[in-house]
Ligand binder design. Structure first.
Ligand code: ADP
Ligand code: MG
Length: 162
């Protein structure tokens, strides 16, 4: 029987990362190395890594942020599970929302898929408002308009253009 194209086809996924605790650059390097070790994943592009001011949460140190893209055969739920394992391995403690973290790995875009479950929302619902995410995405996807990734999902006026 023919398998559904959606399940087995390779998708390009954009993942945002951030760190503001411990050796930030080392945390990011380790996280990227661990992502490369996930079976069924191939790293494609890595944006520059830039310093940003924290958004929300308690007073805390500045972040290093960026975005990378991967080619993947694995599905979004399994990918989230793998990314959360990497966060744990790098010592991330889940505390209050927007609290300091050794590493944060967020799925921003997963091919053209949309998901809206409690634990996984794709495209990432806040990405178009976060300059620290958009900056990396712009580097990897210079021709993409923000409205394209959120249209039909967030029913707001499409105003920003990346
Ligand atoms: P945030 O990234 O918003 O600062 P966390 O990293 O603590 O906060 O994530 C909180 C929850 O967000 C996770 O437990 C995860 O289930 C959920 N989540 C929903 N959509 C996504 C996504 N696209 N990528 C990563 N996590 C997501
Ligand atoms: Mg996160």
């Amino acid at each position: 029987m023919k398998k559904s194209a959606n399940v087995k086809s390779r998708q390009t996924v954009y993942i945002g990362f951030g760190s503001n605790l411990g050796d930030r650059r080392a945390n990011i390097t380790k996280a990227v190395e661990l992502v490369k070790l996930i079976k069924g994943i191939r790293l494609k592009k890595l944006s520059s890594i830039y310093e940003t001011d924290p958004v929300g949460g308690p007073p805390q140190a500045k972040y290093l942020n960026g975005v990378f893209s991967v080619d993947t055969k694995i599905g979004p739920i399994k990918l989230l599970y793998e990314l959360q394992n990497i966060e744990k391995r790098l010592g991330r403690k889940r505390k209050a929302k927007n609290s300091p973290r050794t590493i944060d790995l967020d799925i921003l875009l997963f091919g053209d898929r949309k998901m809206n479950t409690k634990n996984l929302k794709i495209p990432h619902p806040r990405m178009h408002k976060r300059e620290f995410v958009l900056r990396g995405l712009r580097e990897l996807l210079p021709h993409v308009h923000a409205r394209g990734v959120r249209e039909g999902y967030h029913r707001r006026k499409p105003v920003e253009v990346l």
